[in-house]
Design a binder for this molecule. Sequence first.
Ligand code: ADP
Length: 227
Amino acid sequence: MSDAVLRLSGVEKVYKKGMPGEVHVLRGADLTVRRGEVVALVAPSGAGKSTLLHIAGLLDSADAGVVEIGGEEMQNRSDRRRTAVRRDNLGFVYQFHHLLPEFTALENITLPQLANGTPRDAAEARAKDLLASVGIADRASHRPAAMSGGEQQRVAFCRAMANAPQLLLADEPTGNLDPATSDRVFGALMRLVRDTGLSAVIATHNLELAERMDRCLRLEDGHLTTA
Ligand code: ADP
């Protein structure tokens, strides 16, 4: 069995196909992420990193190429199967946390587990462990508005990990934070990823953060190359 958690091969993506203003974003993008590997995706704004992460995360479809999650080819699967694979295998973190404002930190991490059938006691225990592992156990009963930007983003990491995914996809996860906070919050994310043996693809503009990952890839002209 392959130990590739994610494999993209020859992925093409064109927006507004055949229309004026057609944008050919991905032109044969290839990427293999192995179990436990953390890959940095470095690209200027507009290069297509969100597009690539959405395709890898089964939130959008490629126009051509292969997308495999855990060895399963996903391109021609039903929406239902794609949703199940996404729910069971993938975690997402965005630049803005997208936490539910009317729920506490603990509830934001518990809810996705309840939706996945985890009993409430177990879900709450896991949410508390996750919050402790990123150093904010004492913020469990706070709503997002009562937390700093760095704390909100830590909660978003915990939520992404709530259902124990195999692969984390993160789009500029610390891009909205000041440099010192970004550094600390990124450290918390990396510890969480390493402790759980998770694989991750993390898009960032920050070359110092990129160097702390296992491998750094650049997205340029629709291709991925080793940076
Ligand atoms: P990045 O995340 O690297 O900033 P994106 O993947 O968001 O880049 O976008 C890549 C290119 O595709 C940009 O030129 C963007 O304007 C274009 N694009 C993204 N989404 C759409 C869409 N839904 N329709 C048309 N063009 C799009």
